[in-house]
Design a protein around this ligand. Structure first.
Ligand SMILES: Nc1ncnc2c1ncn2[C@@H]1O[C@H](COP(=O)(O)OP(=O)(O)O)[C@@H](O)[C@H]1O
Ligand SMILES: [Mg+2]
Length: 418
């Protein structure tokens, strides 16, 4: 890890890897509060690596300063990879909206930074996240997936219920190329922070570190008439039991869990004015999370996205409308998440999956192969016939899907991208 952060007047210059988030935020604080500048220049042209955990909190803090009348200009990284990341993830947009338009990224494995200010926006952000993850991670167990959804809901909800953040919250989600079954979600706000909030109901809490320690325990809430104190506790359980990691930055403290090093709470000399939660869930060990959610000793099974979005009847049949699941039917890249989703849903539901082809006039052979040919091969003919129903197909589409399945049966999964 090598990188440096310097300040010259109102210019903050980041070189190499950006990892010292607190320092960066401290410089912004000095420029605005101590030196009285109304504008800040973030010079990241020589920055080579930046991660969503730091960047999302920078975005939240910068947005909050902007609401307070401070303007920011970003010099984007010249590294093409990182430069594109700044566009696709919305980091550019949240730091310097005059220069960067909102991201139009249509990727199938990540969700760009998304702002939400009320429960409706929060719900739509959470839905988008679970929808992407259902198509990105293969062979998910329903209980595991439901636990993940529950955690995203709880952590994003906390911002609206407790933080008093003027910009609401930002949420972003990534998957990993190397660890195919890992998902990391980050939620950042620029509100009062957990220590201040929790002390409202627990004045006996002394340090900020103690506040974070208490906040992740079962039943700890600032106000029992508002909350139950399960959100941070359950999310921490999900991450730690799955051998993922968990980090909270708030006020003058950082709480960090890492499966190799365990749980650590450190005091910070520079505060984080708001709350940042970084949660990594690992789905490698199936059904592990089924047991992770226990409150007062009782196993908890949340109502999930599969139930609310797809389940059509009491038998557990699923209605999968293809036009709602993919923006295009032309490529392998867009066929892959459809395949993953159908595999996941076939495994998760007790009934059959009705794939509705209504309003799909045509699809490409590569899409058909990726979505249905490989699905057929993965499930096998008997399971495919038991679990999958295709309806409302035009003759052309039926012909294309037929051909894709027939060819896939001949070639097997032998090609490189299977
Ligand atoms: N984003 C946040 N901003 C400020 N305070 C928070 C935030 N998230 C959690 N907290 C504090 O931590 C406490 C515990 O949170 P949680 O475990 O989700 O339980 P609950 O929301 O039911 O109170 C909250 O009562 C609140 O005081
Ligand atoms: Mg909560």
């Amino acid at each position: 890890m090598s990188g440096s952060i310097e300040r010259v007047d109102n210019r903050i210059i980041v070189s190499g890897e950006l990892h010292d988030l607190h320092r960066l935020l401290a410089y912004i604080h000095i420029i605005v509060q101590k030196l009285g500048y109304q504008d800040v220049l973030l010079d990241l042209q020589h920055c080579t690596i930046a991660y969503q955990n730091s960047m999302l909190s920078v975005c939240a803090q910068v947005s909050a300063y902007r609401e307070g009348g401070i303007s920011f200009r970003l010099i984007a990284p010249t590294s093409q990879l990182l430069g594109n990341l700044f566009k696709n993830t919305n980091w550019g947009y949240f730091i310097d909206p005059h220069q960067f338009p909102p991201s139009t990224f249509k990727g199938h494995t990540r969700v760009p930074a998304t702002q939400y200010r009320n429960p409706t926006e929060q719900q739509s952000a959470v839905n988008r996240i679970v929808n992407v993850i259902l198509g990105a991670i293969p062979e998910l167990e329903r209980a595991d997936f439901a636990a993940f959804e529950w955690a995203v809901n709880e952590i994003t909800d906390n911002v609206l219920v407790h933080s008093e953040s003027k910009i609401g919250g930002l949420v972003q989600v990534s998957t990993f190329v190397k660890f195919k079954k890992r998902v990391q979600f980050v939620v950042a706000d620029a509100g009062v922070g957990i220590p201040t909030s929790l002390r409202g109901g627990h004045p006996e809490i002394q340090t900020d570190g103690e506040a974070l320690d208490r906040a992740i325990r079962e039943g700890v809430t600032r106000d029992p008439s508002v909350g139950q104190g399960n959100g941070l506790f359950g999310s921490f359980q999900i991450c730690s039991k799955s051998m993922g990691d968990f980090l909270v930055d708030s006020g003058y403290a950082r709480l960090k869990f890492d499966p190799n090093k365990g749980l650590h709470i450190q005091n910070q000399t520079v505060p984080y004015s708001g709350t940042l939660v970084v949660a990594t869930v690992d789905f490698s060990d199936p059904k592990l999370l089924e047991e992770a959610l226990r409150f007062k000793g009782i196993k908890y099974a949340p109502v999930d996205f599969v139930e609310t979005k797809y389940t059509a009847n009491a038998a557990g049949d699923i209605h999968f409308k293809l036009t709602e699941e993919s923006l295009s039917f032309g490529s392998r890249v867009s066929g892959k998440p459809v395949q993953n989703k159908l595999l996941n849903l076939a495994k998760m539901c007790s009934g059959v999956v009705w794939i509705d082809f209504v309003d799909v006039p045509i699809l490409s052979s590569s899409f058909a192969d990726e979505a249905f040919g490989k699905l057929f091969l993965s499930l096998g003919p008997v399971r495919f016939m038991q679990k999958i129903r295709l309806h409302n197909m035009s003759d052309i589409v039926e012909g294309l899907v037929n051909k894709a399945i027939a060819q896939r049966m001949q070639t097997g999964m032998s090609d490189a991208d299977s």
